[in-house]
Design a protein around this ligand. Structure first.
Ligand SMILES: O=C(O)CCC(=O)N[C@@H](CCC(=O)O)C(=O)O
Ligand SMILES: [Zn+2]
Length: 328
């Protein structure tokens, strides 16, 4: 039994490795980089990447992933799937900040001339390599990537997912049903390219990739308000090699598609939403959502709702998503 806590070890930036590189049942543990652990049982049913802490102030997912990893390491949750645990941004986690130099989740799949060469860009390349190497040996095995986040604002829908399904790829109702079983109440279908980790694994690694939003961002130790029991139960089953096939239902979760992205172009950008406006607040057609110099961003869609409004992003980046109801 190993009693040391992996998360405390990571947050303390320790470089020693007090765990064995293989568990008593033969499961191998390898570490392709800081905050990256690959768990490989002898007979893997499928391959699962579980990432968290891509944003350093989003701690509930990190606590959940660390708890699951700890259970694998101490033998109480024997792994029967190959798993890549990726704690995305250890430096930002140590500072409880969304990001330090650049937003990591805007740097995936970007050429060097666009992403620069700062620490976040370097980390994005390391994460890309880790997930590509991980799935490169999956062969015909099923591949799943859940990238776990929490949101800056409160939300009318507490737990939701973003489902990147690039234009040429179909979305999978069975995976939406799995998300519902995880307690996910809404799914946003995103067909346009996105510089996010889940889009990258979907587009470049053949994985079912999803971003999961799990309540509001709070510091470590203050995440009791969000109930992740259903998600944790499904992840425990997946780690144990059990892949359930859930019945497809059109009633649940609610489906939306991303109608438009609001991009902040200049320092003059102004968002006409109070800080207290929650994710999924409906905006009436004609509402002037934002202004950016001479540009006005006017809501045109019926039933449009705003998600992730944020005027503090760097120029050129997404300052919000307008989503509209969708059907399967
Ligand atoms: O609350 C917010 O404004 C952001 C929460 C968050 O980090 N969300 C992810 C979503 C990624 C995606 O679109 O798949 C992000 O903004 O990176
Ligand atoms: Zn995030």
């Amino acid at each position: 039994m190993i009693s040391m806590n992996y998360l405390a070890h990571l947050l303390a930036a320790r470089t020693d490795w007090p765990w064995p590189d293989s568990l008593p049942d033969g499961t191998r543990i390898s570490r392709p980089g800081e905050g990256l652990l690959v768990v490989e049982p002898a007979d893997a049913a499928f391959d699962l990447c579980l990432s968290s802490g891509i944003h350093g102030n989003e701690t509930a997912p990190v606590e959940l992933a660390a708890r699951l990893l700890q259970a694998v390491l101490d033998g109480s949750l024997p792994a029967r799937a190959r798993i890549l645990f990726a704690f995305g941004n250890p430096a930002a986690l140590r500072s409880n900040k969304r990001y330090l130099d650049d937003d990591l989740n805007r740097l995936f799949g970007k050429p060097a001339e666009q992403s620069g060469s700062g620490p976040a860009a370097v980390r994005a390349r390391e994460l890309e390599r880790a997930v590509e190497d991980f799935f490169a040996v999956s062969g015909s095995r099923w591949r799943l990537h859940y990238d776990l986040h929490t949101a800056i604002r409160g939300s009318q829908i507490e737990k939701f997912a973003i489902y990147p399904h690039p234009g040429d790829q179909a979305f999978d109702p069975a995976e939406i049903a799995r998300l519902a079983a995880c307690g996910i109440e809404a799914v946003l279908l995103q067909s346009k390219p996105s510089p996010t980790f889940s889009y990258f694994s979907r587009q470049h690694c053949g994985a079912h990739g999803f971003t999961l939003e799990l309540g509001k961002a709070r510091p470590f130790g203050q995440n009791q308000a969000v109930n992740l029991d259903l998600l944790e139960a499904e992840l425990r089953r997946l780690i144990g090699g059990e892949k359930r096939d859930y019945a497809v239902s059109t009633a649940h979760p609610k489906l939306f598609r991303v109608a438009r992205e609001v991009i902040k172009q200049t320092d003059a950008f102004k968002l006409h939403l109070a800080d207290a406006v929650e994710n999924f607040t409906e905006l009436a057609p004609g509402y002037v959502l934002a202004e950016d110099g001479d540009e006005r961003f006017v809501v045109a869609e019926q039933g449009a709702r705003i998600v992730f409004p944020n005027s503090k992003v760097k120029n050129g980046l997404r300052a919000g998503l307008l989503v509209v109801p969708a059907v399967l």
